[in-house]
Write a protein that binds this ligand. Structure first.
Ligand SMILES: *Cc1c(COP(=O)(O)O)cnc(C)c1O
Length: 399
């Protein structure tokens, strides 16, 4: 183990420059993850405009829902305005109520606990696994066994007396967590599972698509995700009743009628506009080639970093047959926080965008007071991980 702070990362930096065909900062910055469009997107978007159906009713919404359900193997898909609101809607339909506790990981994007707070519930942070960077089944099991009890078919947090109604595991950076175990443990304890699959479209666990294990799964199509609709999200479920309720709640709970406006619940407008869905349909058609290119890039990173002292790749090679990442963002591990700082500085100075993981939620002022278990793995990852440029290479499009 070397402890030098003046590593040469030249081989890695040259590999990145070669891959993206940008060789100096003057030529352009290599982004962490930028979208990639061509004629296919222009065709569907222009067709959508020509149809005049650009808002929340239109054929592209239906087609995108059908295509995504087909792609993921989920029986139902409901398109929504973004991933954050998809999580909110998912928590609502599985029955999360004001003052409930909802389990999730601290190592996530802030949208996850924010969606919990939108339900007037409180997040309770658990640790992630060193194997997956996602919610640890061991931490979950330990917490439930030592800190909760069952009362009238509900899981109760013994210390506060509050009900734990749901759990939101997240597939970090596209690496699947051990979702089968998480779901089994939760269901044994009467806890619903809303999978935050915002980052994991194209990631599979035991050959089953992430987001389809829990009661509900949610994808995001924000501009930085593997596939984008500008802004957008999708809720998937295998439960017809939940799907129907999600659609209803996202459409002002309007009762179907040709002209009367009757609404039977206080609800929301969370529908994805047809214009965004048009972009999604074209993008989803490219998933296969996106995934192939990302996997090749990930393999390239692995080869280079194998011979790079001071850095290690985080990958799904440990259990390749079990978990298949979409490699949304490639992640490397630095030896410690100060090495990471040096690496971030050096790469960004040279026009290569690299980023640390999110500050863990329990370290943010807004969630400092939240309940939590011990979080050693969360803190371990948070001070070491760096994300490398991982976008699809769009030849000649961006300068
Ligand atoms: C992107 C993301 C979201 C939110 O999705 P938006 O579409 O941006 O609202 C939620 N959770 C995670 C983990 C994400 O990465």
């Amino acid at each position: 183990m070397s402890e030098t702070t003046s590593q040469s990362y030249d081989a890695l930096l040259n590999f990145i420059r070669n891959h993206y065909g940008i060789f100096s900062k003057q030529e352009g910055v290599i982004p962490l993850h930028a979208p990639c469009f061509d004629e296919a997107e222009k065709l569907t978007v222009v067709d959508c405009i020509d149809s005049t159906f650009v808002s929340s009713v239109g054929q592209y919404v239906e087609q995108f829902e059908t295509d995504l359900a087909h792609y993921t193997g989920a029986s139902h898909a409901v398109a929504v305005v973004n991933g954050t609101m998809g999580l909110f809607l998912g928590l609502k339909i599985v029955g999360v109520q004001a003052n409930d506790l909802v389990l999730t990981q601290s190592l996530t994007f802030v949208a996850t606990p924010n969606a919990i707070k939108l339900c007037q519930a409180e997040p309770l942070f658990l640790d992630v696994s060193r194997k997956t960077m996602g919610l640890s089944p061991e931490a979950l099991q330990h917490f439930l066994e030592t800190e909760t009890h069952t009362h009238q078919g509900h899981c109760i947090h013994t210390q506060t007396g509050r009900r734990i109604s749901a759990c939101v595991p997240m597939h970090t950076l596209g690496f699947p967590c051990e979702i089968d175990q998480v779901v089994e443990i939760c269901h044994q304890h009467h806890i619903k599972v809303v999978e935050d699959a915002a980052e994991s479209l194209g990631s599979f666990y035991r050959k089953q698509h992430t987001g389809t294990f829990g009661d509900v799964g949610v994808f995001s199509f924000n501009g930085n995700k593997i596939l984008t609709t500008g802004g957008g999200g999708m809720l998937v479920t295998n439960n017809a009743k939940l799907a129907e309720h999600a659609k209803h709640l996202s459409t002002t709970a309007k009762k179907p009628h040709a002209w009367y406006f009757e609404h039977d619940e206080v609800a929301y407008n969370l529908r994805m506009p047809n214009l965004n869905a048009a972009l999604g349909v074209a993008q989803l058609g490219k998933m296969k080639s996106f995934l192939k290119e990302k996997r090749t890039l990930a393999q390239g990173y692995q080869q280079i970093i194998q011979n790079q002292p001071g850095l290690a790749v985080f990958n799904d090679a440990n259990n390749e047959n079990i978990a298949q990442s979409n490699y949304w963002l490639n992640a490397i591990l630095c030896q410690n926080a100060s090495e990471r700082e040096t690496f971030l500085m050096l790469t960004n100075e040279q026009g290569i965008q690299t980023r640390p993981l999110w500050t863990p939620m329990h370290q943010l002022e807004i969630y400092q007071q939240a309940l939590r278990a011990e979080l050693p793995n969360t803190e371990w990852f948070a001070e070491r991980v760096v994300n490398l440029p991982s976008g699809i290479h769009c030849a000649g499009v961006r300068k």
